[in-house]
Ligand binder design. Structure first.
Ligand code: G
Ligand code: G
Ligand code: MN
Ligand code: NA
Length: 252
């Protein structure tokens, strides 16, 4: 059995799931967002990590169907949480390069928002530096289109790619997500880098979130440096939807 065949089957047979990792406002402690992370539960292989099957999905074009499923599912789930009376938060969805470069991406997102009934403000799309930082007219148009809808766009894994500061300042981007390697590795240089990214984000009127926060020391440092948000195992790993109940007192 090839993995491609199995992945096609996964879509048809409902083997894909989304788990969600909470993102906290550091100052208030409130959960302000949840990042949707795709999981493939294969009947024999168990969980197949996205790092294994996303590249294959990109290569085969299956990513379009998978990506649309992820977007729909995340929007519907967030709308459901809101309908249940949970305090509103943003759901973050990772986009792959091919997905982001689709000519009709903005229309697709608009339709999914309409179908799910989710307000655009509660959706954030995560793209990487290499996907965004280009002088292609189409990229600017897509970002402008998303902004016009009211959808947020963030730059994932920030600091590990190649950012053009020119585009970073001109493009409608809401948030930088500091890559977890800068949080993890306990080095003086990394502290300097994290401080600089926080400062730059705020100067450019963007929010900033630290990824991969695992210890209290890391959180204290981020608090001192006035980083807006945090995400990481220190607070919670990604969880299936029903396990997120614990963070939100049930509205009866
Ligand atoms: O959750 P985990 O660490 O296994 O994720 C590994 C990688 O897979 C991350 O870089 C993440 O951005 C990516 N990923 C997770 N879910 C999705 C998704 O729905 N779409 C895309 N394109 N990438 C995803
Ligand atoms: O590339 P992206 O940022 O989308 O990837 C997110 C991935 O990082 C998820 O697969 C998630 O499982 C993983 N992750 C989230 N929090 C932590 C953490 O605190 N430590 C480590 N090592 N990985 C984390
Ligand atoms: Mn991400
Ligand atoms: Na990341």
């Amino acid at each position: 059995l090839t993995m491609e065949t199995e992945l096609r089957k996964a879509l048809k047979e409902d083997q894909l799931e989304l788990h969600y990792q909470p993102q906290k406002n550091i100052e208030t402690g409130q959960i302000v967002g949840l990042e949707a992370l795709l999981r493939w539960k294969h009947p024999e292989w168990g969980y197949v990590p996205p790092a294994t099957f996303i590249p294959l999905a990109e290569k085969t074009g299956l990513i379009f169907e998978i990506g649309e499923w992820v977007l729909k599912q995340a929007c519907l789930q967030n709308k459901t949480w809101q309908a249940q009376g949970y305090p509103p938060f943003v759901v973050g969805v990772n986009l792959s390069a091919k997905q982001f470069y689709q000519k009709d991406l903005v229309d697709k997102v608009e339709n999914i928002l309409k179908e799910s009934g989710l307000n655009a403000n509660y959706l954030e799309l995560e793209i990487t530096e290499s996907m965004a930082m280009s002088n292609e007219e189409d990229i600017f148009r897509t970002l402008e289109g998303l902004r016009a809808l009211g959808v947020h766009v963030s730059i994932d894994d920030f600091g590990t790619g190649y950012s053009s500061l020119k585009y970073l300042s001109q493009f409608p981007i809401s948030k930088l997500k500091i890559d977890r390697i800068f949080i993890h590795e306990n080095r003086k240089q990394n502290e300097a880098i994290v401080k600089s990214i926080i400062h730059m984000s705020h100067s450019l009127n963007m929010k900033v979130i630290a990824e991969g926060v695992e210890t209290e020391e890391q959180l204290e440092f981020l608090k001192t440096e006035q980083c807006d948000e945090m995400q990481g195992y220190y607070f919670s790993k990604p969880l299936p939807p029903h396990q997120l109940d614990r963070f939100f007192p049930k509205i009866v």
